[in-house]
Design a protein around this ligand. Structure first.
Ligand SMILES: Cc1cc2nc3c(=O)[nH]c(=O)nc-3n(C[C@H](O)[C@H](O)[C@H](O)COP(=O)(O)OP(=O)(O)OC[C@H]3O[C@@H](n4cnc5c(N)ncnc54)[C@H](O)[C@@H]3O)c2cc1C
Length: 190
């Protein structure tokens, strides 16, 4: 298994991305990525089948190949085969597959970290959520009232809760605010 002791030259030999081209094109235009992962153990067919079985069904996309890159993924024709069979016969059925959130599997998470190490952030101006805040054990979750300062209520990001992108932080802000506002209402009504 690849781990953090892999040296920079070894890493470079696994994945080569032109960082300027990546910044210019990522998510907008196709660009070339060179890699040496084809004979990596985590890319062997038995291991990919194991991964496909472990991932939730909606995290594995598999469709017939030979379609234009611009085709809407939801309209791509399916192979008509199971995931296992598609992987086993991937050459002859000319399929392509996308595995999403493979970092759920620790071995693939380690490989991702090796190939794409985090070197920094884009700074506060681009930040979408702040970690840290009022510790949850200092708050009554039934009312969002402080256990240290009665009559003080918290909601949202000021608390030590942060979620992945995708609406979880909004949901937390709205739900905790609803709980806090309901409790304040009850308190005011006596
Ligand atoms: C660019 C960006 C994109 C994001 N996208 C997403 C997303 O797609 N999905 C998702 O779930 N979350 C997203 N988030 C996170 C989400 O917006 C926040 O987690 C959420 O809005 C927090 O709600 P809140 O009410 O706790 O705080 P805020 O929305 O920050 O509200 C705090 C309010 O308090 C006011 N305030 C501050 N100090 C004072 C003061 N002294 N007196 C009076 N008022 C004060 C501020 O002006 C602000 O209006 C994003 C955040 C950013 C910055």
């Amino acid at each position: 298994m690849i781990n953090s002791t892999v040296t920079a030259p070894e890493r470079a030999s696994l994945l080569q991305i032109d960082s300027q081209r990546f910044q210019e094109r990522f998510d907008r235009q196709p660009f070339l990525v060179r890699h040496r992962l084809d004979d990596h153990p985590l890319f062997s067919l038995p291991r990919l089948i194991e991964l496909a079985r472990a991932l939730p069904e909606d995290q594995v996309e598999y469709n017939a190949g030979d379609v234009p890159v611009s085709l809407d993924p939801t309209r791509t024709p399916r192979t008509g085969l199971s995931i296992d069979e598609t992987i086993r016969r991937i050459e002859e059925c000319r399929s392509w597959m996308v595995f999403k959130n493979v970092e759920r599997d620790p071995a693939y998470a380690a490989l991702l970290d090796t190939c794409l190490p985090v070197r920094g952030s884009r700074g506060f101006a681009y930040a979408e959520v702040t970690a840290g805040g009022v510790p949850l054990d200092q708050v009554d979750s039934a009312t969002m009232e402080s256990r240290l300062c009665p009559g003080l209520y918290f909601a949202g990001e000021i608390l030590d809760v942060d979620g992945r992108l995708g609406g979880f932080n909004f949901q937390w802000a709205w739900s905790s605010a609803w709980v806090a506002a309901s409790a304040i209402g009850r308190r005011l009504r006596g």
